[in-house]
Design a protein around this ligand. Structure first.
Ligand code: PHE
Length: 389
């Protein structure tokens, strides 16, 4: 343990080669990579285990560990066991980059799982790409994430589709003409999803009543809500993360703004309802998975997760589980834990039955997935509709 700060320093100075020269014998990696050829196969998970978005990391990590445990019980992969090693990003970009470096250099990861947040995957991804260690983001939906390079994959849909689904829902199902936008300007996901919604909503003949913004971590939203109240908005598009969305909903209720909020997958956390109380009743958001509308495979996952952790998973858990399934499936088909072979096998993923759907990677390393729309009622999210790509 006491060697780690020193090692981190070497890495920070670009002296990774020097550092790896002192590695222990049993760590002997495949040429040019951090992964090892014998022993457990390490899946390095970088995740917000603490901080403002702790639910994202925790739910994903629980499910990733459940997947690894079940795969190991069934005999493991390539005669070896999967081992999930998790480093906390605290929701911070610099920590995310450091975590990926360490998961490769110190923990000898064969593959990287993470991050949830697009902004953090955009920090960690370039490192995995440069070191040629395959990375699978379970749930980063911003298109730029897999555009980092050919070693970066995801198991979720992307925001141009998610935004379009919600714009259609707002315009065609809810019959709205004017929607306000309230986005987080410190968050790549939020900015991208605001743009995707706006583009699709305008194309359908809708108009944007007013555009407002905030920054992750803000706690006072009264100025923005007041500005929206003064517009003719019939709903507010809030593509943010759950902590701020909940405060925004409460502020709207307190200031007497009685329009529904509409949002995306970033709302997905039980804490949303804890903070928001009944202020989100009648609001809608899109997600990856609805436990009350699940395939047999998904139902088994929900039952196993609930039995192990005493609470049901959210969509994040479902995607974290699928992230490990995809890596395990690719390892088997590659018949090797060599990063380059694993990368090729990941790119060739086809028809894999997973919890959130059937996964086939396209040329851009994104799978085609359906979007679930949920309605909030009585402090709970309920399945409303499912939209196929
Ligand atoms: N899609 C979000 C992002 O890219 C992360 C997220 C996924 C949050 C699923 C909640 C549930 O930043």
């Amino acid at each position: 343990m006491h060697r780690r700060p020193l090692l981190a320093l070497f890495v920070a100075l670009g002296l990774a080669a020097t550092a790896s020269a002192c590695k222990k014998k049993d760590d002997a990696g495949t040429a040019g990579s951090g992964s090892s050829a014998t022993g457990d196969i390490v899946i390095g998970h970088y995740a917000s285990m603490t901080g403002n978005t702790a639910h994202f990391g925790q739910d994903t990590d629980k499910a990733a560990r459940l997947a690894a445990e079940q795969i190991n019980e069934a005999g493991g992969v390539l005669g070896r066991k999967l081992k999930v090693v998790t480093l906390d990003t605290r929701g911070d970009g610099a920590d995310a980059a450091n975590a990926v470096t360490r998961l490769i250099d110190v923990e000898k990861s064969t593959a990287i799982l993470g991050e949830v947040a697009s902004s953090l995957s955009l920090q960690g991804g370039p490192i995995a790409q440069r070191r040629k260690i395959p990375m699978v983001s379970p749930s980063s939906t911003n298109p730029k994430v897999t555009q980092i390079g050919d070693y970066v994959f995801r198991v979720c849909y992307i925001d141009p589709f998610q935004g379009k689904v919600m714009a259609h829902f707002a315009r065609n199902t809810l019959k709205l003409d004017k929607v306000a936008i309230l986005k987080d300007v410190k968050n790549d996901y939020s900015k991208g999803l605001a743009e995707a919604f706006q583009k699709a909503f305008l194309a359908l003949g809708g108009t944007i009543a007013v555009e407002q913004s905030y920054s992750a971590g803000d706690t006072d939203f009264s100025a923005q809500v007041t500005a929206i109240k003064g517009s003719a908005a019939q709903a507010i598009w809030v593509p943010g993360y759950y902590s701020e969305v909940a405060s925004i909903a409460r502020t709207a209720q307190r200031l007497g703004l009685k329009v529904p909020l509409l949002g995306g997958d970033g709302w997905d956390a039980p804490e949303l309802f804890g903070i928001a109380g009944d202020s989100l009743n009648g609001s809608y958001f899109s997600n990856h998975f609805a436990p009350d509308q699940a395939s047999p495979k998904a139902q088994k996952f929900v039952a196993d997760f609930t039995a192990k952790y005493g609470q049901p998973p959210t969509g994040l858990g479902a995607l974290g589980y699928d992230g490990v399934l995809v890596i395990a499936d690719a390892l088997k088909r590659a018949n090797s834990a060599e990063p380059a072979k694993l990368r090729d096998a990941l790119a060739a993923t086809k028809g894999l039955e997973a919890v959130t759907g059937t996964l086939t990677m396209d040329k851009e390393r994104n799978p085609e997935k359906s979007v679930v729309v949920l309605k909030i009622d009585g402090g709970k999210a309920k399945y409303e509709t499912l939209v196929q790509p």
